[in-house]
Design a protein around this ligand. Sequence first.
Ligand SMILES: Nc1ncnc2c1ncn2[C@@H]1O[C@H](COP(=O)(O)OP(=O)(O)OP(=O)(O)O)[C@@H](O)[C@H]1O
Ligand SMILES: C[C@@](O)(CCOP(=O)(O)O)CC(=O)O
Length: 474
Amino acid sequence: MAVVASAPGKVLMTGGYLILERPNAGVVLSTNARFYAVVKPLYDEIKHDSWAWVWTDVKLTSPQLSRESMYKLSLKNLMLQCVSSSESRNPFVEQAVPYVIAAALALFDKDKTDALNKLLLQGLDITILGCNDFYSYRNQIEARGLPLTPESLAALPPFTSITFNAEEQNGQNCKPEVAKTGLGSSAAMTTAVVAALLHYLGVVDLSPLSKFEGSADLDVVHIIAQTAHCIAQGKVGSGFDVSSAVYGSHRYVRFSPDVLSSAQDAAKGTPLQEVMAAILKGKWDHERTKFSLPPLMNLLLGEPGTGGSSTPSMVGAVKRWQKSDPAKAQETWRKLSEANSKLEIQFNILSKLAEENCNAYKCVIDKCSEQKSEKWIEQSIEPSQEAVVKALLGARSAMVEIRNLMHQMGEAAGVPIEPESQTRLLDATMDMEGVLLAGVPGAGGFRCSLCCNLGRLLATTSPKLGVLSMFWPC
Ligand SMILES: Nc1ncnc2c1ncn2[C@@H]1O[C@H](COP(=O)(O)OP(=O)(O)OP(=O)(O)O)[C@@H](O)[C@H]1O
Ligand SMILES: C[C@@](O)(CCOP(=O)(O)O)CC(=O)O
């Protein structure tokens, strides 16, 4: 049997930086770009050599990077050893595999453990694929002499090969990085791999979509994916990316980092199964509240140019500023938190108005989608329509406030959170017909910008984790 799991990418619309500290919230939207993981047995039958009862094989294929890696997995201590070239390592999958098996061992009784070992002895064959939207194809499109338009992007075949940016910083060559768009490829990849493995090994049952709404099984996926992701990254971020890869769009308040402290015991020699048992029982105190974009609104992302910014160094600069000027930093964060809540409230009002009076809502959105924002107020002819326009304008002004404060924070911290070039692009975008708002998502910088427009396309859904089991023809 093969299992395919997929997890969505993310866009952090509000809460960049603030979300790193509880109890600040952020609104994260999941994207229709998804990461897929396929898990199936590597061999039809169990090998009978004696050594094969202690070690099993794991094969990891990344077709978009033309990479195939082979590993030996010790069934005694769950150590994974790469036996192919070290260039083709994937730290996220390398953490995901042992943590998933450790969770299975922590949760299974004797009979299930025996069945698990048999399944593992058939080896694990893992393939990972990310939608094109996770990557920048700017260079390839330009090299082919094609225009930089959505049509040129759409013409690329699905799961096109990805390229590396040969990064140059301060005149020095750094390790080349995948040319990413910032949709959280590592979180979506880790989540898809964890979900596919957990389902394949029978630890969770994620198959019928309707059944696992808010179920404990999704929580297990979340805990293991979050743990593996933090260990692979070597840092504990806020975790909004893994959370949205599992649950879809929502309002998120981070978990207390202490919950992962037992993961450090693995380095001190505590068996991974015990570490995982403690983490699964830990006090996961993150908060997740329902949130989605109101109907007839779309989130679009644009890649403004090459360059990119590093989230860890921007976070480092903001933290140094918080220490050096605590009073000013606190004041800015308080105002930002208020502006973030304002935006969230206006979106919730819009969703409510759409539910209560669908016709009035749709009529306003249809008309405003053709007009610049200065003309929106003239489009309402009755109180129910006026309420919709007011909420639209309220959302817009909250976003302008957020942008100003993010820009100020960047200036104070000495990092370009909303750099001048983005400001020009965002102002011009916000001045277009039917555009509700525009901004820099997440940590900001010289990366993708977001824009929320009205009514042109179909309403977005809130995609979350999906799983499909299928029988693999041997
Ligand atoms: N299609 C793919 N196949 C195999 N590995 C991939 C694929 N896409 C991304 N990766 C790997 O995923 C990792 C991306 O992790 P990285 O920490 O750079 O991104 P990220 O923090 O998720 O980025 P962002 O949030 O900006 O998208 C890299 O190690 C990269 O090699
Ligand atoms: C700055 C931060 O708040 C958001 C980073 O988001 P992104 O990776 O830039 O999308 C960091 C975090 O939440 O882990």
